[in-house]
Ligand binder design. Sequence first.
Ligand SMILES: [Zn+2]
Length: 229
Amino acid sequence: MPEESSVYLHRMLLGQMANYVYLIGCRRTKECVVVDPAWDIPEILRQVEADGMKLTGVLATHYHPDHVGGDVFGMMQVPGLAELFEKVQVPVHVNKAERAGVAQTSGISESDLIPHEGGDELQVGDTRIKLLHTPGHTPGSQCFLVDGQLISGDTLFVQGCGRVDLPGGNAEDLYRSLNQVLKKLPEETRVYPGHLYGPEPETTIGKEVASNPYFQFESVSEFLRAMGF
Ligand SMILES: [Zn+2]
């Protein structure tokens, strides 16, 4: 991760589904937010403290329990927002289309969730974070753009993209999010996905546009066929 700017960015690989949790903040003011706090809340808070930072908020990429906590297919209970709130209560920023879903999955109240539009910006100390609405994996999926780096959640993976066969998934929306939102970012934009699914932990927009199979379709109908529709 680049160290030159005042931007603080720390990546943690947590839990049984290879989730990445990111801390984003400002080295000058020592404030940070956490993206998708789940699986091991004490470890996340320990890291914040070890880096001398103060947690001032949460960003949720989408409502799935491996990202915000909750029940996974009736098989396991993932700690997340509810457990975080027992230790520290901070604003949780979600896309407006995801507000009910995040509340329902994580068990926290809708009134604790701040709904956002795509394009909204959040200031954390000197660090500005832009919220991009990238529906497809879920209706309110969002990516976060910070200092030429993209936290891509489950929208874009290294050599892959989010599945669309879960409730709320939509392949056409995902095609548009990939081709009309993410593809337009500068090719040197570094991409930090929501899971370690690919051969490497991170990538760039240029690399993915050139070689990720899901960027190679000329039309929605080709994409739909490839996704099994
Ligand atoms: Zn997901």
